[in-house]
Write a protein that binds this ligand. Sequence first.
Ligand code: PHB
Length: 398
Amino acid sequence: MSIKNIAVAFTMGALASAGVAGGALAADPVPFKVGYFTGYSGPFALSGQEADAAINAFLKEHGDVVAGRKIVIIRRDTTGPNPDVVHRLAQELISREHVDVLVAGDYTPNALAMAGPSTQAKVPVLIANAATTSILDRGKYMARLGFTTSQVAVPYAKWAVAHGYKRIFAIYTDYGPGIEAGAAFKKSFAEAGGTLVGEVKPPLRSPDYSAYVQRAKDSDPQAIFIFAPAGEHPQAFLKAYADSGLKEKGVKILATGDLTDENQFDALGDGTIGMYTVFHYSEDHDSALNKLFVKDFYSFAPAHTRPDFGGTCTYDVFAAIYKLLEAQGGKWDPDKTIELIKGMKFESPRGPILVDQNRDIVQNVYIRETRKVDGKLQNVEIDTIPMVDDHGNQVKTN
Ligand code: PHB
């Protein structure tokens, strides 16, 4: 039994011996504390707005009490990819606030910074975005509800060759998810018969893409494969691409969906029309649950904030927390929680999802084309690769 569960039992026992009726007990349980981490300030503030709208949508639909425990969310600002800040704040939330679970809402280095505190204190970490496969090797109480870049890059390379893109230049950011995306794409592309004509690895911080796009131009590719994290990178890359004249030459962009994040469409503009991307979520996804999520999201979102992969996966993290807490009757044993999450399967606004025995996500991977739908830029799904694991392999799920 964890310290917190002892606390629940103690409170219940104390109230019972004081003669409080059963009905009153349920009204005053020990709250269940979620420590939610993402960017809430500066250039990263959009992530926080996205997360909050998604969380509010979930709470509107499902309430804030689960198995008798009130859900309390403690938000912390990562201030961008800042593992030192996150390590300190994660430790503080565990030791002072006694959080039951941590949520890694943004970058890989930040999720990695939670691994040590999580393992030491046995506090599970649910990953809503950080997309590097190897993160899970670092903490046995970590599980992923987001995506991995290999998961989308492997099927994308096969799709590219099958659609006639056989000479590709690769651009991927020089840190975890970029390095894994590049390796996965190259291997899968070569196996499918494609030729990589060159590659570059821009840095995570403040990249100027003009020199990298020039390198691509010099290699005379049919298309550019790019992974760059959502946020500052897409605008910088697309500006360099527009300035380079590559679009007029017919050199296509084949990007991961981070590049056409719905949240950034206003800033990116119509230059994105016709681009192909691969991802696990599109605002335009056609399902009843997604329509509900999108509607509720907009009822809380500030102007210009649109539902995207970060918001959806945050919504799903809360869905998982509610299921895990319910399955334990309001208790939260870390080992049991991790056992229960293995094999957990449910419908997300992105489609069906499953957490596998490696604590990693299995989900549909969608090829999308940017189009205007009812006057609004959207990632329109044009192809689906069903139930792909974190290494990019399709798996049977039933
Ligand atoms: C990551 O750091 O893992 C990451 C960040 C932003 C993205 C995708 C992955 O858009």
